[in-house]
Design a binder for this molecule. Structure first.
Ligand code: NFS
Length: 663
């Protein structure tokens, strides 16, 4: 009997895929089976930077002997390929950040009345970080303008360093200076790195890879951090919120609209508009009971974190959501959008609406977004979806499965939950790590991927890590994989976490997997680890902390940029799948051993999830040993301060005076 291939670890996804197969509907899972990756390109051994090639570097001694037409070696080509991925990833995140900065400027200048500054406290905090002087009398919009302009300067700066570099621990910054990778201006780093990869420029693998770190740091401590901060300022800094995840979020008797992509500003407007009484009345006039908004991919994370909008899932779930036959319109902005959606949507009644001039798909409806007319455009989109509701056919496979999730763990909330408004700090977390109650921290990030049983590697590692008392900070599709399995709830700690982590989660009332947000919110991992370093008792820089980043199902170039900026910041990173530079031992060695020596971070690729797990724990234990922390033994802890429980926190707060902002 032929062995059945499991395509997704998400049961509901698997059910939809099977339904699709029985109806002759193709998805990324079928295409992944059919299209085998080119083994030469997959290993980084193909150079197509000029038109004398593509040159393929194959054969037993390719590393030493193979040459391209220009004479380039395999390590040059492999490192150049990786650098190009990092550049594209950094460009994606930072261009998203640029759009956010211009929205903040438009709000400050009064050019749009649809948005406002929601979190004034965060605005002041960011203004403080940027050394912007603001007194009591200064109007909020004036502070916002100064913040926006100061951050916009980060894109075009030619010399000096990015504003947020100083948020990193001094020692971390010193390492960057020593190795010449402190980013200057975001656009400069991207342009210079592209220049280096042009035919006939930089040929030294180590130098090319340092450039990958620099351009990625411009993402992590530049674009992504800017985006996170401005999104918090405009739409609110997340705090825990209850929501739901899974294909069961769609409603048979309501207009279902999905916001998909990455940039949150249009989605925020749609959240507002679907609640307008006139819109609801309009939906009812078309026979629907109401309007139901859901999210997909990282736009989903943005509106989930701030408004509790339910999510249908991550990257590999997008086609499957359409196959429920219940989506009346799916609006997409930028990044991680499968062009296959349009062709697929024709088999159902779903309308795919592109909204960015940067990201069009032939055959899609295009309603162009402009932040100056945001609400008007959001209304047009919602109305369009409502008008499509009567066209809904009975086709599709309706799914009921959905899980509760608790999301919304910003840096600020994590600090707050460890001591309340007046004693907020990272002390309890550091203490719990020092005592061995928490073994270490893992950032679970990145895409989900149809080349493995999708979402399964995330789920396996999440469960195994929490069993081992490792606290997880999840983002992006890692969070979707966990959320659609029911892992993002406090009960997960009771049932699955090791004894130390379970106690900590019980005391605070949080899940053992803290959903930090979208992919740009990986910058929250940087600020959290920097705060842990500043708190004392562990490492005084990011490097050397019992902290590891993993992206077991990565596929996008943005993931490479994230992996590189975490590695340069001092976090060992382990990616799943085959290495995109596996053809070159020299390049692999630089990214692991050499980077670890210089930055205490590394970037590994490891297809075997069991090995990802053991390497992660090994890094954590090695860091604990180097920091002379007590040896981790499950259930045996050292002395530590007592965590405040909910009641104690409330008591403290009753005594506290009101404070600006939400904390
Ligand atoms: Ni990030 Fe991957 Fe895309 Fe978000 Fe999901 S695929 S690298 S997690 S949605 S960006």
């Amino acid at each position: 009997m032929e062995k059945k291939i499991v395509k997704s670890a998400n049961e509901a996804a698997e059910q939809i895929i099977e339904w699709g197969e029985s109806h002759g509907i193709e998805t990324c899972f079928d295409r992944a089976q059919r299209l085998k990756p080119c083994p030469i390109g997959a290993a980084g051994a193909c150079c197509k930077t000029c038109h004398m090639g593509p040159c393929r570097f194959v054969g037993k001694n390719a590393e030493e002997e193979a040459r391209g037409v220009c004479g380039a070696t395999l390590p040059t080509v492999a490192s150049r390929n990786l650098l190009r991925m990092a550049i594209a990833g950094s460009a994606a995140h930072t261009d998203h950040a640029r759009d956010m900065a211009f929205i903040l400027l438009a709000v400050a200048n009064g050019e749009t009345s649809d948005f406002r500054i929601t979190d004034v406290r965060k605005l002041y905090k960011v203004a403080g970080i940027l050394d912007i002087e603001f007194g009591n009398g200064m109007a909020v919009n004036d502070v916002a303008r100064d913040v926006a302009l100061r951050l916009i300067k980060d894109f075009g700066r030619q010399k000096g360093e990015l504003n947020y570099i100083k948020r990193a621990p001094n020692k971390t910054q010193e390492r960057w200076k020593k190795w010449g990778i402190t980013p200057r201006g975001i656009d400069r780093e991207i342009t210079e790195a592209m220049h280096r990869t042009h035919m006939g420029v930089d040929h030294a693998p180590d130098n090319l890879l340092l450039s990958a770190l620099r351009v990625s740091l411009a993402d992590g401590w530049g674009g992504s951090m800017i985006s996170t901060d401005i999104t918090d300022i405009l739409f609110g800094t997340p705090r825990p919120v209850k929501a739901e995840a899974g294909f069961g979020i769609f409603k048979e008797d309501e207009v279902n609209i999905v916001v998909h992509g990455h940039e949150p500003s249009l989605a925020e407007m749609i959240v507002d508009v679907v609640n307008e009484p006139e819109m609801i009345a309009y939906a009812k006039s078309k026979g629907a009971k109401g309007i139901n908004l859901g999210g997909m991919c990282c736009t989903a994370n943005e509106v989930l974190m701030r408004h509790g909008i339910p999510t249908a899932g991550g990257f590999t779930n997008q086609e499957l959501a359409i196959m429920t036959g219940l989506i009346d319109a799916i609006t997409v902005d930028v990044q991680c959008i499968m062009p296959a959606l349009v062709e697929l949507s024709r088999k159902f009644h779903t309308k795919v609406i592109t909204t960015s001039y940067k990201a069009k798909i032939p055959g899609a409806v295009h309603i162009e977004y402009d932040e100056h007319r945001a609400k008007e455009i959001a209304r047009e989109i919602v109305k369009f979806a409502i008008d499509n509701y009567p066209n809904r056919k009975a086709e599709g496979i309706h799914i009921n499965q959905k899980f509760p999730v608790i999301a919304g763990f910003s840096h600020e909330y994590i600090e707050y939950m460890q001591g309340g408004r007046w004693r907020a700090s990272f002390r309890p977390l550091n203490d719990a790590i020092m005592a061995g109650r928490i073994r270490g921290v893992v950032g679970l990030a990145g895409c989900d991927n149809p080349r493995v049983p999708s979402q399964g590697l995330h789920r396996f590692l999440a469960v195994e890590l929490i069993k081992n008392d490792v606290l997880i900070l999840s983002t992006g599709c890692g969070s979707h994989a966990c959320g659609t399995a029911g892992y993002l709830i406090p009960e997960m700690a009771l049932e699955n976490a090791g004894p130390g982590l379970r106690e900590v989660c019980e005391a605070i009332g949080v899940p053992p997997i803290l959903h930090l947000g979208s992919c740009v919110d990986n910058s929250r991992i940087l600020t959290i680890v920097s705060a842990m370093a500043a708190e004392g008792g562990l490492s005084d820089e990011i490097g050397g902390m019992p902290v590891v980043g993993i992206a077991p199902e990565w596929m996008s170039e943005k993931a490479i940029s994230i992996g590189c900026y975490l590695a340069a910041s001092g976090v060992p990173v382990i990616f799943g799948g085959e290495s995109p530079v596996s053809a070159s031992e020299e390049v692999t060695k630089i990214m692991t051993e050499v980077w670890f020596e210089r930055f205490k971070g590394a970037l590994h690729f490891e297809p075997d999830p069991e090995k990802i797990l053991s390497l992660t724990l090994e890094y954590i234990d090695r860091a604990r040993e180097a920091l002379k922390l007590r040896k981790y033994e499950p259930g045996k802890f050292g002395a530590e301060r007592v965590l405040l429980d909910m009641a104690a926190r409330r008591e403290l707060e009753k005594a506290a005076k009101p404070h600006i902002g939400i904390y």
